[in-house]
Design a protein around this ligand. Structure first.
Ligand code: NAI
Ligand code: MG
Length: 340
């Protein structure tokens, strides 16, 4: 019987293994996804330093085209090579050329001694403008360096809406809008002004404001007070790295890059060159990125099953050495599959 007749949906997924441990964690995630009652068409595409060495570009146009044409993309990691002229960051280029404007990073307590309890927050970071606008210049014969911090009404509107929609969809009741409008009066002022307007469209969600330095402190003091944090690019980059350290660190930190017509899901970690081939790369960050992808595809039941299986494995220490287990990458995948 064909899968369509069984009522199974069929998704086209672009896989970007990349460099280092990327191919190992993506292969494990592919096995886990395949074990779910969903039909997948996987297509693997090149990205990163290895891709540059074979094709001359770290992000070929063909890869961008496949991401655009897929229902969703799962990305491993890339290695940043030593200074090569003409080399560009394929991750930044991918986010910009596909306008993946929202970077979502959930931080949820895991059943492990390295994790604090009671945390379940999502950081919604603007991913395309702010201080990472890429507009920089040198003046005064190299004695003065300037970066332009660009905040637009359109960019602020879509990221703040994304934060309030995320709160609603996940049953959360509050959004913290994090800025520094007391000093950055124009840029953060505009971001804040847009937030106050948009919050009126969501009477069921409470909007709280917090200055970014206070937020950095409050995240350490009492992280359980936050449900959704929305902020500009650099602030979000820093706060999300800070927050993930309370809930197990890089082996379990997952993220999503979401645009209007494409979405890329990835573990937060890099290519971890020293772990390549050792079996010590924890695939759970990639599994949790895959769970976010399932939610994005409205396969919420499968997403929940995957998250539950992962939690059980962590609690049982059926894990890689970073979470006190003695299993390999592939063995963790087998244990997770056994619990689906
Ligand atoms: P990294 O994230 O690769 O590694 C940092 C530390 O975490 C290392 O001790 C590593 O062994 C450990 N680690 C990372 N992933 C792990 C996993 N899945 N399981 C267990 N332990 C894990 O960051 P690092 O070392 O600063 O960078 C290595 C390369 O990755 C560089 O070339 C860097 O530019 C690149 N990178 C790529 C990113 C991406 O593709 N999105 C993000 C960050 C770094
Ligand atoms: Mg970062």
């Amino acid at each position: 019987m064909r899968n369509e007749e069984l009522g199974m949906r069929n998704y086209k997924i672009c896989l970007l293994p990349g460099d280092g441990i990327g191919p190992e964690v993506i292969a494990s995630a592919r096995d886990v996804l395949t074990a779910l009652p969903i039909q997948w068409d996987f297509i693997e595409c090149g990205i990163g330093y290895g891709e540059y060495q074979s094709s001359g570009s770290p992000l070929p146009d063909s890869t961008i085209g496949q991401i655009r044409g897929a229902d969703a993309t799962l990305f491993g990691a890339v290695t940043t090579p030593p200074n090569i002229p003409n080399y560009f960051s394929p991750v930044v280029r991918m986010r910009q050329s596909l306008e993946l404007f929202a970077n979502l990073r959930p931080c949820k307590s895991i059943p492990h001694s390295s994790s604090r309890a009671g945390i379940d927050l999502i950081i919604v970071r603007e991913n395309t403008e702010g201080l990472y606008s890429g507009i920089e210049r040198i003046e005064d014969d190299g004695d003065r360096a300037i970066t332009e911090r660009v905040i637009t009404r359109k960019g602020s509107e879509r990221i703040i809406r994304k934060a309030f929609d995320t709160a609603r969809q996940t049953g959360r009741k509050s959004v913290h809008v994090v800025h520094k409008a007391n000093v950055l009066r124009q840029t953060c002022g505009l971001f804040r002004e847009v937030a106050v307007e948009i919050a009126k469209e969501y009477p069921d969600i409470t909007m709280n404001e917090m200055l970014v330095d206070t937020c950095a402190m409050e995240l350490v003091r009492a992280p359980e007070q936050f449900e959704v944090i929305v902020t500009t690019n650099l602030f979000g980059d820093i706060l999300s790295d800070e927050a993930c350290m309370f809930v197990g660190g890089l082996g379990v930190a997952a993220s999503a890059n979401i645009g209007a017509d494409a979405a890329v899901f990835e573990p937060v970690h890099g290519s971890a060159p020293s772990l390549v081939g050792t079996g010590k790369a924890n695939p759970i960050a990639t599994f949790l990125a895959a769970a976010m992808m399932l939610d994005y595809l409205n396969e919420n039941e499968s997403a929940e099953r995957l998250r539950n299986a992962v939690e059980t494995c962590i609690a049982n220490k059926e894990s890689t050495p970073d979470l006190d287990g003695n299993l390999t990458t592939g063995q963790v995948a087998e244990r997770v599959i056994g619990k689906l």
